[in-house]
Ligand binder design. Sequence first.
Ligand code: NAD
Length: 488
Amino acid sequence: MLRLANFIDNQHVPPASGDYLDVFEPATGAAYSSVPLSDGADVGRAADAAQRAFPGWSATPASERSRLLFRLADLIDANLDSLAEAESRDTGKPITLARSVDIPRSATNFRFFAGAVLHGAGEFHETDQPAVGAPLHALNYTLRRPRGVAGLISPWNLPLYLLSWKIAPAVATGNTCIAKPSEVTPLTAHMLGSLVAQAGIPPGVINIVHGDGRSCGSAIVEHPAVPAVSFTGSTGVGRWIASAAGQRLKRVSLELGGKNPFIIFPDADLDAAIATALRAAFTNQGQVCLCGSRLLVHRSVLPRVLDGLLAGVGNLRPGDPSDPATNFGALVSRPHLEKVAGIVDLARSLGATIHCGGRPPASLPARCRGGFFYEPTIISGLDPTCSVERDEIFGPVVTIQPFDTDEEALSLANATDYGLAASVFTSNLSRAHRLAEQLHAGVIWINCWMVRDLRTPFGGMKASGVGREGGAEALRFFTEPRNVCIRI
Ligand code: NAD
């Protein structure tokens, strides 16, 4: 069994308690590594290291911080094979997906923010209003300074991709950090530690502490040396973090769950809409916060769309994630598989039609018989107000609702507590603009899905989160503005 370690002060160290959790390989269902079950003592040690490193790192010229982060990105590229294998083994995602998306995007995250801190422009305001009594002329410039030790907490679905999306802007802007990956998928974060040291990033700048939410994640959120917490994960945990951080007046960024509508109008390029809807529903076995898990289809084209989806699902073959021919892997854990299967059983009991899937695959390679697999599943016939239609499933399950008018499509799309992403397929430009204006979502795609420009604001409204990541939004989150006003 592989035994992972925390990474503090550029050293791999065991947890103070000596306690570990088993980590399971989703493809086989067997435990294959163990991860530290860290607690407040380990978080305290990481916080001390991060505080010691902060004065030096924040005073390091941006060009030097940038150089080190570019070097880290190069090391991720150089270790693409081993990182992709680890990510696929830990999560159950197809190796081709880890190789083509997760790991390259992690390197891109570091490059993007390493470049961004070199090219930002400052803020300046000239004051020429008369003040009370006498005219006044003043110049204002706004300094942005790193906040200190950032607490960074990420989920299991895109482990290195989402952790690096937080570490990169935090340290590029001069903060030090304590990062905690999901305890379900810790392997690539463990490997990142070695690359951080190899890149020459000073000790204490990037600390990685492993453990569960209860004893490790909460200790990061509550630690007095951590003024800012960036969290990606479920809405329930996000609510707890918002209140714990609120009590302590910490800055928080919360990227939470989604129940994203994918709307197809009859004037759309239907072949493109169907192909994209399939990707939006089933990429990473539906375990992407941006997945289009609610298909809203104009009634006139519903039969054609359904036929196209069923034909496409026939090409998704659940199989061994380590096989480059596999395009559909395992779910991340047994509890998650049981949750997803339970929701499909609920849909069945509510009288839904299960068009495909709705069960584990009938045949799998021998190595994978104990794995956490579930077939891609398409469901229709549910009342749009039921929990299956309104709550996040986060698995390979998509529901379909027909609509007749634009107003009905909009009202179905907005009938959820979430507001992360929405896709609209139409060739009518006015309709596209109108819907983009009225949909409750922070990320809207017209005739596409998952097109990500890292400069754009990323995040959700309502129960999908607070704040935005990406580009200038992330640089602002990790810095404290200080306005300097000079009377002329
Ligand atoms: P989760 O909320 O259970 O866990 C996320 C992280 O928070 C893990 O590292 C976990 O250990 C930690 N955690 C748990 N309890 C904590 C606590 N009390 N204090 C501090 N940390 C705590 O989520 P998950 O099951 O790992 O991930 C799935 C969820 O993440 C889904 O809801 C999905 O939509 C969401 N997600 C959102 C985005 C986005 O950008 N909006 C992206 C990916 C995933």
